[in-house]
Ligand binder design. Structure first.
Ligand SMILES: NC(=O)C1=CN([C@@H]2O[C@H](COP(=O)(O)OP(=O)(O)OC[C@H]3O[C@@H](n4cnc5c(N)ncnc54)[C@H](OP(=O)(O)O)[C@@H]3O)[C@@H](O)[C@H]2O)C=CC1
Ligand SMILES: Nc1nc2c(c(=O)[nH]1)N=C([C@H](O)[C@@H](O)CO)CN2
Length: 237
């Protein structure tokens, strides 16, 4: 029986792409979701990564993706909820729509994909099956500029506990809570210095530290219902 694939949502760039490519190198079949087509996807497809379109900004879009996923595979080794929108808070008319969009991508999509994905994970012939939620250090302390983002990530963090209890022992459910891992393309030197200074490690580590954390969860049969911080000691500042 061939190995069951690992699904990474939002896997076409940055942390998700890094983890998808590392998983392929480690011998796992990988499915990613993407929202915007781009040249990098061709390179990923050439490596055997299956890319499925997904727009999680509506319930219909989430359910459309789930139908595509079920057409693509009859089993899954793991689901990594990586798709995310780091939109800063806006005042005025956009505030409500922003909050709803972040609720859908950070909470409703993982919730519905976990509910529908249970049968796919349980059809996996391997001894371990995992769900991993990508949350954020700011779940612990909130954010003055990203309150809607932090609140919806906090909801995802709480879903980790509920699904871990619901799905044990067949499926392990955990979270990874990064702080600064990668800078954005538009971040200038001043921002980079300010962001580095937020943690006692004072560095921008890059996506490898997230893959190490994902690898730990995928390889450990006795861990469920936890959040693994990967934050450079952000809480010590
Ligand atoms: N980068 C960092 O330093 C940190 C990251 N994290 C978390 O780690 C994870 C990965 O971070 P990073 O790689 O920077 O993430 P990105 O900001 O690059 O987002 C990942 C992907 O999410 C997809 N996405 C966003 N909104 C939607 C939507 N409505 N429907 C479907 N897909 C959507 C995008 O797809 P597309 O591009 O195809 O539109 C994007 O490629 C995220 O969950 C993030 O919150 C937490 C703390 C720090
Ligand atoms: N979806 C995303 N979430 C987050 C990002 C990002 O680029 N995309 N970036 C951060 C920052 O690195 C922040 O941790 C710096 O303090 C947080 N979340």
């Amino acid at each position: 029986m061939s190995a069951s694939p690992i699904l990474i949502t939002g896997g076409a760039q940055r942390l998700g792409r890094h983890c998808a490519e590392r998983l392929v190198e480690d011998g796992h079949p990988v499915i990613i979701s993407y929202r915007r087509e781009r040249p990098e996807l061709e390179a990923m497809r050439r490596r055997g990564i299956v890319a499925l379109y997904a727009d999680f900004s509506s319930e219909a879009g989430i359910l459309d993706f789930i139908a595509r996923l079920k057409d693509e595979t009859q089993s899954l080794r793991a689901i990594v909820h990586n798709a995310s929108d780091w939109t800063p808070d806006r005042q005025g008319d956009e505030a409500g729509a922003d909050f709803e969009r972040l609720f859908r991508v950070h909470m409703q999509a993982p919730y519905l994909i976990n509910l529908h994905g249970r049968e796919l994970l349980e059809a996996c012939g391997e001894p371990q099956r995992d769900i991993v939620h990508m949350t954020d250090y700011v779940v612990q302390k909130g954010s003055k500029q990203h309150a809607a983002y932090a609140a919806t990530k906090a909801g995802l963090a709480n879903l980790t506990l509920s699904f871990a209890a619901m799905y044990a022992p067949a499926i392990q459910v955990n979270a990874i809570a990064p702080a600064l891992i990668m800078l954005g393309a538009d971040d200038d030197q001043a921002y980079a210095e300010q962001a580095r200074a937020k943690s006692v490690m004072g560095m921008v580590p890059g996506p490898g530290v997230v893959y190490q954390s994902l690898r730990y969860l995928l390889d450990n049969r006795y861990v469920t219902g936890i959040t693994l911080p990967v934050d450079g000691g952000r809480h010590l500042r």
